[in-house]
Design a protein around this ligand. Structure first.
Ligand code: NAP
Length: 462
């Protein structure tokens, strides 16, 4: 049955189900699949298409696209005028096209030029780089990429054998995706292990490594020169990286920090835009929601006024909580609250339920905790990494009572003294591991278009 008839008779939802079934049962090898533009909005389709495949995004401007399809029998998907519909859909879906594909091809050109480029990339991607190619000074795309990666990553501190793994990956997959954890230090991060395990399971040609540079500027230069697909940014670069990016999204702007950078360019060339966003606040919001904790209009206290605290306050305000930041250095708490109020309340930010954020964030010293008697307590300090330490001292321990939710962002150890005492007092407790799990799941989605279940990530990290 032709597509337009399926749409007419059964509607778009039915068509999308059929599309999903077909994509899920494609042969495992030796086939070329051309999809419609709507299919990669489904993460399940993106994962199935990506499995052991190369995915090309044929990037067509709305005018050219309209010119090509105006004579076709393509069914309307909105009630907009056809020219506006094409523009609207391309803009809406563009992020999905980028994250779900390996290569973006400018397809406003003649089809022969487009086909030539695809054929060339397939050949380059499938041609491993040998030591003799490198010694002979070849200037193939693969050798050029290998040289760039070698010069940018040689001497970068990494755990044992990790640089050899990166260089041998690039030799084998010269145009393969590379991502990295950028921090100083970064060798302790579990992100490369997690991501590389996911890539293996999901059949994605990608490798995650460590990018420990002196400055955020050097991090951004490496992303551009080596055509890295993405970097996950950690201390001390989360704020410093911002001036080096081409764009940051609303969440990152409000929080004032970026932990997620996506490069829209291809692995084999420069010219990509670096787009910064923040998934740390997801890492706070999602576990609260998944644990069934009621947050709207509830009193919440965030202990600490650093970067993690900003993400936590943002998540709580987006969920409609009445938030107070308490910190050893009160001025830092006051500055954080003022910044958040400026961006969320004066900036007209919406809660996750679509209503405007209205309750201003307050600030004070840690002794305020027992005055507030919060329903939700989030520890966003590093206190708790040593087994004997807790950010809720004896005077404040009265706050740990039945029905209160205590979320400790510290994740080593997974059960801190605070969580142990809170659990003993009958609180609902959430470990910092959960924040790591959910922020990483969201990064995998933003980098590769795949949705990896929180349980699967927890199992990998175990
Ligand atoms: P940060 O910017 O350095 O902020 C640290 C905060 O802790 C500051 O407010 C500081 O107070 C306070 N603090 C530190 N030592 C203290 C002490 N001895 N007594 C009282 N207050 C103290 O750190 P961050 O980047 O926000 O990270 C905070 C925590 O969140 C870390 O443990 C980090 O590992 C964790 N985190 C977890 C995840 C995850 O995925 N689970 C992600 C990000 C961060 P002052 O302002 O007075 O100095």
């Amino acid at each position: 049955m032709p597509i337009e008839e399926i749409f007419k008779e059964y509607g778009e939802a039915h068509f999308r189900n059929l599309e999903r079934e077909v994509i899920a049962t494609l042969p495992e090898s030796d086939c070329v699949v051309a999809t419609g533009g709507g299919c990669v909005q489904s993460a399940e389709n993106a994962a199935n298409l990506r499995h052991d495949s190369l995915v090309f995004f044929l990037d067509v401007s709305p005018d050219v696209s309209y010119g090509r399809i105006s004579e076709s029998s393509r069914p309307a998907l909105t009630d907009k005028d056809p020219v506006d519909e094409v523009k609207y859909l391309i803009n809406l879906r563009y992020p999905a096209y980028l994250r779900s594909s390996d290569f973006r091809i400018d397809a406003d050109r003649e089809s022969e030029a487009v086909a030539d480029e695809i054929i060339r990339i397939i050949a380059d991607a499938a041609t491993p780089v040998s030591d003799s190619d490198i010694a002979a000074g070849e200037d193939s795309a693969g050798v050029l990429r290998y040289r760039k990666v070698m010069s940018s990553f040689s001497g970068v501190p990494m755990p044992e054998k990790k640089s050899e793994q990166l260089f041998s990956y690039v030799k084998k997959h010269p145009l393969g995706s590379i991502c990295a954890i950028a921090g100083r230090p970064s060798g302790h991060s579990r992100t490369p292990y997690l991501f590389n395990t996911v890539f293996e399971r999901y059949g994605i040609t990608a490798h995650c490594t460590y990018l420990e540079k002196e400055t955020a500027g050097e991090v951004a230069d490496t992303v551009r020169s080596c055509g890295l697909r993405a970097v996950s940014v950690t201390i001390p670069f989360k704020e410093d990286i911002i001036p080096y990016l081409d764009e940051i999204n609303e969440d990152a702007r409000a929080i004032g920090a970026v932990n997620t950078v996506f490069n829209t360019g291809n692995t084999c060339g420069a010219g990509g835009r670096l787009i910064g966003s923040n998934t740390d606040w997801y890492g706070v919001m999602k576990p609260l929601v998944a644990s069934g904790v009621r947050v709207k209009s509830k009193k919440a206290a965030v202990i600490g006024a650093g970067g993690a605290s900003r993400a936590a306050v943002y998540a709580l305000m987006k969920l409609g909580a009445d938030v107070t930041v308490v910190n050893r250095t009160v001025e830092r708490a006051e500055k954080l609250a003022a910044d958040m109020n400026a961006s969320l309340i004066e900036g007209g930010c919406l809660q996750t339920d679509g209503k405007p954020v209205e309750i201003p964030c307050k600030a004070g010293g840690t002794d305020m905790l027992r005055e507030i008697m919060p329903d939700i307590i989030i520890n966003a300090t590093s206190i708790g990494m040593r087994a004997e330490d807790t950010p809720v001292d004896r005077e404040n321990r009265v706050c740990l009572r039945k029905g209160v939710c205590v979320f400790d962002l510290v994740y080593t150890p997974p059960v801190t003294r605070l969580l142990f005492e809170a659990r003993t007092a009958g609180c609902t407790v959430i470990s910092g591991v959960e924040m790591f799990v959910y922020q990483a799941a969201e990064q995998l989605f933003r980098y590769f278009g795949i949705r990896v279940d929180a349980d699967e990530i927890r199992n990998i990290l175990r």
